[in-house]
Design a protein around this ligand. Sequence first.
Ligand SMILES: [Cu+2]
Length: 569
Amino acid sequence: MKRRDFIIKSSLAGMALVALPKIYSQDSKITKLQVGNPLRFPPELQEGESLKFNSANVEVWPGTTTQVLALNNSYPGPTIRVQKGDDFSVLFENQFTEEATIHWHGLLVPELMDGQPKDAVQAGSNYTYSFPIIQRAGTYFYHSHAHHLTAKHVYKGYAGFFIIEDDDELQYGLPTGAYDIPLLIQDRHSVYQPQFNYAPNMMDRMLGYLGDIPLVNGTPDAFFDVQKTLYRFRIVNGSNARVYNFGFSDNSQFWIIGTDGGLKDEAVPVSNVFLSPGERIEILYDFSPIDIGNSVSLQSQAFSGIGNQGTLMDILRFDIAGDSSSGGVVPQNLLPIDYYDINDKTGTRTFTLSQAMMGTGMHRINGLTYDMNRIDEVIPFNELEEWKFINSTNNYHPMHVHGVLFQIYSRNGNTTLASNDKGWKDTVLVKPNETVQALVKFIDYSGTYLLHCHNLEHEDDGMMLNIKIDTPTNIEDENTSPNNFELYQNYPNPFNPSTTIKFKLTNAGFATLTIFSLLGTKIETIFAGNKSSGSHSITYTNKSLASGTYIYELKVNGYALRKKMILLK
Ligand SMILES: [Cu+2]
């Protein structure tokens, strides 16, 4: 974490807390100014600080407290800010009475760091999440992903920003520091105010638990004092089920500059944008045309949707308070993106989203509901696939895939994509009766990951599948590979400090198993001796090597097979 950013953000938060009443002219337009609550910002997680999960009483509405599920007594949870290339590590302490996990939404991490329901951290237990930051800058977030508990945990407050920065994005002159503002948008039910009661009825389980009060960074009736200048907003839809149609109260234009997986390749002017649960969008907005003393609001504008989706909501009021400049600009072009070519696909996979009538297990993918012990799809590593999401229901399904950033190819066959569909994605909104084609390639980790609907009521109802990403195969196999013995991918991979290597001999022979660096330097011989025909398994443990990719080689009767493995500390 960069100390500089922390100071800027904490002074910003401090300012907001002690915002003094301001005196403006008698213009009727400004009577709203300073009415409401100054936008809050969660603290930033400090190096070495752990994340403690527990219930806490926090002041959401002034003068009263709300019992939330918090991390470090903060709602939203502490903001995590890292640099690409960092090794991130945090101790998760589950001090609550229910199991929980931390899922790093949008982050490319090894299976056992992904915070899946199968890897829940039991009440009273700790777990260290540790992984390298291997992806580009972007706005990500984290939340609980415990079995049947995700919706409740998130609704009651368990979510926070995870922001990755890198040097690549510095070249575009985007607004920074106090002009680079993360916004977590969530909706809550006024009927239970000031509590966050999670009490979905039958209809809520069908459509999602839709609240009528928008909170921004946990702030109701939020306002934010801005300068007459350009701002960057990083918007996270952390709602359980609500789809927003973001726009400004005067219908003014803004620019979309980023999607789920970071910056787009161009800044696209729009006047509204849809954002479904789990999705993020980064925008630039210029307040300079608005006079000091006036205000403009970020809204969710009305659209026709099932249930209470699509109602007009005022989300966040911006009060123009000064004319300092951010010095930021709207860049013409941003980071180039290599778009996949659908002609390079090696296969097509179809996911039909359906809804049964009543009861549990209403929401399904390919007729299935989630079984954590069942693998539903085996996906080849490093191969481009076309995934078709066919929504046969009249509801919204934001489909989220773990372990990958993908690209959208078409919506109902139309390959001219909306600006928020074009770019790197981990969640895509599939609207009622729509078919969305995506191009998906897993290039980072093998193992079991998840595909699910990010309407959290649908997810907890079982609208989720286990997908198993095949191990990278034959990466280092030599051309002279014999056909009378086989070497398998180690498991687990990545590993620390132990992993199992399996191989199979058709005939008995003298076998050696050796570890090499990527550059071919021999590190150690794990085994050398006679082996009978059949399957063998050898456990390899290493506590001294640095994190990295290594090669293991099996040699039998002068022939060699090699594979790569990853040590991750
Ligand atoms: Cu859904």
